[in-house]
Design a protein around this ligand. Structure first.
Ligand SMILES: Nc1ncnc2c1ncn2[C@@H]1O[C@H](COP(=O)(O)OP(=O)(O)OP(=O)(O)O)[C@@H](O)[C@H]1O
Ligand SMILES: [Mg+2]
Length: 951
């Protein structure tokens, strides 16, 4: 039985080609001398005659070939020194859409007896290494070719490296049995390789020298060619069927061409030698695919990508990648390499789009084996939150975020990032922490965090987007994202046009310098987001390019004297603003109103079948909200929809949100403001009830189902909280300034969720904010509960002494209030005593803790007598705490009593509300077991532990 053949797919897809362009005259022998042109010595390519009588020649060389060498070699040939016209000519390289080609091929060959290896980002050396390591029988090279016999490989840093046929072929060792050069003009490569490409023991498929070939044709050809080979046909036969297959294709078949053009199927050629080669194929199928990159680097939390494809930006991407990749060993940058690349400039210019595309590009090439990490920093409002999010990103569970978080982060990074293995952290949207409006102290502390990370790990690099430079002087390489190039801008516009007629019109009139499309593109400021808005305006009924051009021109005249003139930064920003206004102006009144109101919902509108039952958006946004969102706001690209399956979110990009906020401020919508406050307060409060897991007594549910129903309620509430977090936090920010009482009740409704989702840090910040604000007012009734919440968060985060102070301050207030209104505040006094007891216990002040619990218990017992349903749980909780302190104090009998009584109550409650109290029963049983063991009652102790495990 034979081994399974390997198909090696090498993809070279550089972003740009960087070359030197040279000019030289012909030597004495005239054109005959061209035969001896020293191409090989200087890797020359892309020859062109500059004049009609063909006496002046231009050609390119790679930038790695030293100028002096070119001068020397050419002078020897022509007798005169060549002139260097450009020392670094940058030409974007067209995408070859390899992701789809590879995916399609993998799907076709899924059931075939073949092992597939993909190498994206092929360099010449990598190819050589892969051939010698893996000995693939089938090699498919997917790359660009030049008409004069070269292939474009990658240079390892996103640039292209031109390799001529005579350099390539001798390196193809050991030889594959079948080589497919899927590159335009690849016949030229073979011609240049001469006898080194005459293989008797292997076949070569290539593309006709004179033509280019479409990626889709290559994919179709391969999808027929390889299965035929794997079924045992010789290359000659497999080639013929694959060619027929392309010829019969309904889109690119032989009937698709007009005039003299060569049909796609005829572009495929088979070298004369080795045509009878056939593969030794095993007689079994379906092999596990193995990829050479079996150990994928860590990539924990990917940010969401849009489905739209990025257009252009290859020059910028190349520069950024070049700056962010570690330098090769032995090469140093003067002054050291900067490890943070910060993409700056105004909103909507494409920073996030570029950054995400770069991460994808890097991931395909396995360039950061230490891992890729992405974090959106859009809603981060404090350095503690930033730290906490980073800790989670690097793998530390939230309930372990306590103590000195900065030191903890350093430790976690040391552990998560192996030394010497480059890792990349992408931080999107740092505007709120580092931007112009950010608080100076916050900016400074955020700077410290990034600097500490960089000094902790020498192999960590960061790719950051922020409208302004971060100011990390020693580490930062700042890169301003420029407006798009004119042709790229046109392509973005085209990519957002819906109507085929409009697309044809753009393409047909582009060449005319004064066409409406040229004007429109100029008036967009070459800003991608504006281009998208303008293109979407073409969806209006009856609109033409001329009409839209005139509208934009008229609007711009209010700000600019000459809208079509070349612009500076200021002018460009005005153009962007006008494109927003233009879209807004054409909304219906209801659309305008909804658009402005959405500025109060930075977390977007989360919707879907089930979700619409949980969140009654029509109460907030009015009855026809969904239709307006889809038919107007999404249609004109003012919002976008991110979703999969039946659920998703309608949201706005940051600059649009700012624009909507301005519109909201211009409208007087105070009545709706009240609806908005009410909407979130009610929902959050309702979810907080659900999260307790207490199924209301009034619900008619059989006992055995109460547990599962309670758990479902908790799950639903957690999801609702999570999905709308940015929205209710926005309300909280508003209420802290506007209404202390409502802010307090909203805060209290967040506590359970914050605990459950491990967001203690966030809740500590929010309660601190509320406390600071309320201390300045005279509303002690609101201040006290916020102090208690703050105390709880501080305690859970390990700041015990601060927590004790918070509880003491709250207790003082509650005692004062209870003095005059005992009925209203006794419970609060008891609750605070209980909390204070817990922190005193943590601090080792056991006697004081016991006193605190006893006092609390006394009050709760009294209250429970009158209202058992309301206070039984509190009595049990306090008994449990008291038991703990008694046990520590050596009063074991008393402790047992305490636990025993608590258990009895919890059992009763768990019978009615299992989801809410089952865990309390288990904890108390455990405590009881411990004290029974200490008392020597082994059998009883064992019974207690067993029951704890079962419950
Ligand atoms: N190269 C591109 N090709 C196609 N669309 C683009 C390109 N660049 C940006 N866009 C579109 O423009 C819009 C804004 O881009 P993006 O969100 O990347 O901007 P940004 O600079 O990150 O803005 P902000 O500062 O607000 O975060 C997006 O809708 C995106 O789809
Ligand atoms: Mg962005």
């Amino acid at each position: 039985m034979h081994g399974i053949p390997t198909l090696y797919i090498g993809v070279a897809a550089p972003l740009v080609e960087i070359s030197r362009i040279w000019m030289t005259g012909l030597p004495e022998g005239g054109h005959k001398a061209m035969k001896d042109f020293p191409r090989r010595e200087i890797n020359a390519y892309r020859f062109k005659w500059l004049d009609d009588d063909r006496s002046v020649l231009t050609f390119h060389t790679g930038v790695r070939v030293p100028e002096a060498r070119v001068q020397e070699v050419i002078e020897k040939w022509s007798g005169e020194q060549p002139a260097c016209i450009s020392t670094s000519h940058v030409e974007p390289v067209e995408s070859i859409d390899h992701r789809r080609v590879v995916a399609e091929l993998r799907a076709t060959l899924q059931e075939q007896p073949v092992r597939i290896m993909t190498r994206v980002g092929l360099t010449l050396q990598q190819l050589q290494r892969d051939l010698s390591q893996h000995h693939p029988e089938l090699v498919l090279l997917n790359a660009h070719g030049t008409p004069d016999g070269c292939l474009m490989f990658e240079d390892g840093r996103s640039g292209g490296e031109i390799v001529s046929g005579e350099r390539l072929f001798p390196l193809l060792e050991p030889r594959p049995q079948v080589l497919f050069l899927a590159a335009c003009h690849s016949g030229g490569v073979i011609r240049r390789a001469k006898e080194t490409a005459e293989w008797d023991d292997g076949a070569i498929v290539y593309i006709n020298t004179e033509t280019s070939v479409k990626v889709t044709a290559c994919a179709a050809f391969a999808s027929m060619f390889y299965p035929a080979l794997l079924q045992g046909h010789c290359v000659d036969e497999a080639f013929a069927v694959a060619q027929q297959f392309v010829a019969n294709d309904p889109v690119m078949g032989d009937f698709s061409v007009v005039g003299e053009s060569l049909a796609p199927s005829k572009k495929f050629c088979l070298a004369d030698h080795g045509r009878q080669t056939s593969l030794a194929v095993p007689d079994f199928k379906a092999v596990d695919e193995t990829d050479h990159a079996s150990s994928e680097p860590p990539y924990p939390n990917q940010l969401r990508r849009t489905s739209e494809r990025i257009v252009g930006r290859r020059r910028e991407m190349q520069q950024i990648i070049n700056a962010i990749l570690p330098l090769p060993a032995g090469i140093t940058a003067p002054g050291g390499q900067r490890r943070v690349v910060c993409l700056t400039k105004e909103g909507g210019i494409g920073k996030t789009t570029i950054a995400l595309e770069i991460v994808d590009w890097i991931r395909e090439r396995h360039l950061f084996p230490g891992g890729l990490f992405e974090l959106s920093c859009e809603s981060i409002r404090s350095e503690q939150e930033l730290l906490s999010r980073l800790l989670s990103l690097f793998g530390l569970p939230r309930d372990e975020h306590r103590g000195d978080l900065l030191a903890l982060l350093a430790e976690v990074i040391r552990h998560a990032l192996p030394a010497g293995q480059p890792a990349l952290l992408m931080l999107d949207n740092l505007d709120d922490l580092f931007g112009r409006q950010a608080d100076v102290a916050l900016h400074q502390r955020a700077t410290e965090i990034l600097e500490r990370m960089l000094t902790t790990s020498g192999s960590l690099r960061m790719l950051v987007t922020c409208r302004w430079p971060l100011g990390l002087s020693d580490h930062e390489y700042q890169m301003e994202i420029p407006p798009m190039q004119e042709e790229e801008a046109r392509d973005v516009f085209l990519s957002h046009l819906e109507s085929p007629q409009h697309r044809v019109e753009v393409q047909e009139t582009w060449a005319q310098p004064d066409s409406p499309i040229r004007h429109l593109i100029r008036m967009s400021g070459y800003h991608p987001q504006s281009l998208r808005l303008l293109a979407r305006q073409m969806g209006r009924k009856g609109i033409t390019l001329t009409h839209l051009r005139d509208e934009a021109h008229r609007d711009l005249l209010a700000f600019l004297q000459e809208p079509l003139a070349h612009d500076n930064d200021q002018d460009r920003l005005k153009k962007v603003e006008v494109s927003y206004e233009l879209s807004y102006r054409h909304l219906s009144d209801a659309g305008k109103r909804l658009f402005a109101r959405l500025s109060r919902l930075p977390g977007g509108v989360w919707c879907g079948e089930e979700i619409d039952d949980w969140l009654d958006w029509h109460d907030l946004l009015g009855k026809g909200w969904r239709h307006i969102l889809e038919a107007e706001l999404d249609y004109f690209a003012l919002v976008h929809y991110d979703g999969n399956g039946g659920s998703g979110v309608f949201a706005m990009l940051p600059p649009m949100l700012e624009f909507a906020r301005r519109k909201y401020d211009e409208q007087d919508d105070s009545e709706w403001d009240a609806t908005w406050v009410d909407f979130w307060c009610q929902h959050v409060s309702g979810w907080n009830d659900l999260i307790s897991g207490r199924v209301p007594d009034s619900w008619d549910i059989p006992d055995e189902q109460r547990g599962i129903v309670g758990l479902q309620m908790q799950l639903q509430a957690t999801t609702c909280f999570e999905q709308t977090q940015d929205n209710w936090l926005t309300l909280f920010d508003y209420l802290v300034k506007a209404d202390g009482s409502l802010a307090t009740s909203l805060l209290l409704d967040m506590v359970s969720f914050a605990r459950l989702s491990g967001q203690l840090m966030l809740l500590r910040d929010l309660s601190q904010m509320a406390v600071d604000k309320l201390r300045k007012s005279d509303t002690e009734t609101d201040l006290a509960p916020c102090l208690v919440t703050l105390g709880n968060m501080l305690r859970e985060l390990g700041a015990r002494e601060e927590a004790r102070e918070s509880f003491r301050e709250a207790l003082e207030i509650y005692r004062r209030l209870a003095h005059t209104h005992p009925a209203a505040y006794d419970a609060a006094v008891a609750g605070t005593l209980n909390n204070l007891g817990t922190v005193l216990f943590d601090l080792g002040a056991r006697d004081e803790a016991r006193e605190s619990f006893r006092k609390a218990l006394e009050i709760y017992r009294r209250l429970a007598e009158a209202h058992p349903a309301a206070y039984d749980a509190a009595v049990a909780g306090t008994l449990n705490n008291l038991g703990n302190v008694l046990r520590e104090l050596g009063a074991r009998e008393e402790a047992r009593e305490s636990y025993g009584e608590a258990l009895e109550i919890y059992r009763r409650l768990a019978h009615i509300h299992p989801a809410a109290y089952d865990s309390a029963v288990a904890t108390t049983l455990n405590n009881l077991g411990n004290v029974l063991r200490e008392l020597g009652a082994r059998e009883e102790a064992r019974e207690s532990f067993r029951e704890a495990l079962d419950s």
